[in-house]
Design a binder for this molecule. Structure first.
Ligand code: DQQ
Length: 497
């Protein structure tokens, strides 16, 4: 690894952290992640002059959430990434304690970042402008550009940004929580990104309601974007320091007003797909990334030298019911290597089939299954030959539910094994189109357009098998194709490229 600039001590320390992370067998090999240290939210997503830019919350010094920088990577195809120099580093002003989440807009040709400067436990909106290649950034001397939250609100927090322009005026949403009420997206307008006028809340949650989904006491990473003939408001439900889950509302937005349908959970894995952000690319696709959190202890994470994975890029669209339909972007398939195909098969209740050719900890599995009335299908992944370690995905037609059981995923203690479940929409005939992406400790599942993300940490090196079982009735496997997935990383990377 080459590393210009730092002293020899810094060199060996940073080298060790990236080298340590590299050797961890739980570390994904075809997902984006930081070179080492800590990664959380995706930031500043943009398709700029044909190049995809992914910025991210990054601590290059340790696998802890502290001293947050903006890491930066670029890609021509959304799946292979090139590390760019760190974009933002905490300074001695309003971002002394961290450069927290934000976005990137094109301000008359000048790339401009709007982010939350963090200092003394408070966050305030700050700006930075970039060169035409988006490689070097200059913070605005007038930061922060909004010095206080609205005086008429009692807020628990005020941070994160969504910025867009309409008819020559800039609009901004800032995430907040109104004490005693719930999360909120506060709306501002500006002629120049520098002077902002508060317009009122665009949307406010009810912290007392858990039906159909709780929206927390504060909304992190709010984002409003158009999709087909509707708008979608995405937020991450937070409460008293705990990152709970991503939520979305679909609705109609016009003239600073948003009328929303009831909220819905964006990923059944909850905090395993947190703080998502989207971009619209040159092909008109709405592409979303989210932060996949860890499922092992803080101490284990520090020992591993790295924390946090970026999800695979997901394309979001609306289904016929007006709900989000989520799938990996087509480019993910370019990472596929050797393929195995399991032909059509009738699964008899109680029979377990070992898919002997489907084997590994870097897999892309695609299947279509029709489940008979009252039946369920269970797929065990990362299974040892004796089944002692296995992670079980259930597709339950009777309850219209998808579940992930991690109680036997690992023999290691101190891991999150909480059950994961969510509604599985199905046509009247009980067909499920399924995609499972396994990348060491990361599992991303897409079932009839509904995503479920989780982490598993098997201890055994032979936890590589896949089985399929029908329970409570039969099921018809139309096909199951599986591919081994190619590494996108070939060597440890520089922590400060
Ligand atoms: N992460 C950032 C905040 C945001 C939170 C700090 C969400 O700006 O609210 O790293 O994970």
């Amino acid at each position: 690894m080459t590393h210009d600039g730092p002293t020899s001590t810094e060199h060996s320390e940073t080298h060790d952290l990236a080298g340590l992370a590299w050797t961890d067998r739980h570390r994904p090999r075809f997902h984006f992640l930081s070179p080492g240290g800590w990664l959380n939210d995706p930031n500043g997503l943009t398709h700029w002059n044909g190049t995809y830019h992914l910025f991210y919350q990054y601590n290059p010094d340790a696998a802890v959430h502290a001293n947050i920088h903006w890491g930066h990577a670029t890609s021509a195809d959304l799946v292979h990434w090139h590390d760019e120099p760190i974009a933002l580093t905490p300074g001695d002003g309003p971002d002394a304690d961290g450069c927290w989440s934000g976005i990137l807009v094109d301000h008359d040709g000048t790339p401009t970042i709007v982010y939350s400067g963090s200092q003394n436990g408070e966050q305030r909106p700050c700006l930075a402008t970039g060169d035409p290649e988006l490689r070097t950034w200059r913070k605005d001397p007038a930061n922060p550009v909004i010095t206080e939250p609205p005086a008429d609100l009692s807020l628990v927090a005020f941070r994160d940004h969504c910025v867009w322009s309409e008819d020559g005026l800039w609009y901004q949403l800032i995430g907040a929580g109104i004490r005693g009420v719930g999360g909120a997206a506060l709306l501002y307008t500006s002629p120049d990104l520098r002077t902002w006028q508060y317009q009122g809340p665009l949307h406010v949650g009810d912290a007392g309601s858990h039906d159909p989904v709780w929206t927390g006491t504060m909304w992190e990473c709010v984002e409003l974007f158009p999709l087909a003939d509707r708008h979608v408001l995405v937020l991450s439900a937070w409460d008293n320091g705990t990152t709970h889950h991503p939520v979305y509302y679909t609705g109609h937005y016009a003239d600073t007003h948003f009328t929303a349908d009831p909220p819905a959970l964006l990923d059944y894995g909850k905090r395993y797909f947190y703080a998502p952000q989207t971009m619209r690319d040159d092909r008109g696709r709405r592409i979303m990334f989210g932060w996949i959190q860890e499922g092992r202890s803080d101490a284990a994470v520090v020992e591993a030298g790295w924390s946090g994975v970026m999800s695979l890029p997901r394309q979001v669209s609306l289904d016929a019911a007006g709900r989000l339909f989520v799938a990996p972007v087509a480019e993910v398939a370019t990472l596929r290597g050797a393929r195995t195909s399991t032909p059509a098969h009738q699964l008899i209740a109680g029979d377990t089939i070992w898919l002997e050719d489907v084997h590994g900890d870097q897999l892309d599995i695609e299947a279509r299954i029709t489940i008979s009335e009252g039946a369920a299908v269970e797929l065990a992944i990362r299974s040892t030959p004796d089944g002692a370690e296995r992670t079980v995905l259930a597709l339950d037609r009777a309850n219209h539910e998808i579940r992930l059981d991690r109680t036997a995923s690992s023999r290691q203690a101190d891991l999150d094994t909480a059950p994961i479940r969510g509604h599985l929409p199905m046509d009247a005939d009980g067909t499920v189109d399924l995609r499972i992406l396994i990348d060491h400790s990361v599992v991303e599942v897409f079932a009839n357009g509904r995503p479920l993300t989780a982490r598993v940490y098997p201890t055994r090196l032979d936890a590589l098998g896949v089985t399929i079982t029908a329970t409570g009735g039969s099921a018809h496997l139309h096909h199951l194709d599986a591919w081994t997935m190619t590494d996108i990383w070939t060597a440890p990377r520089a922590l400060r490229p």
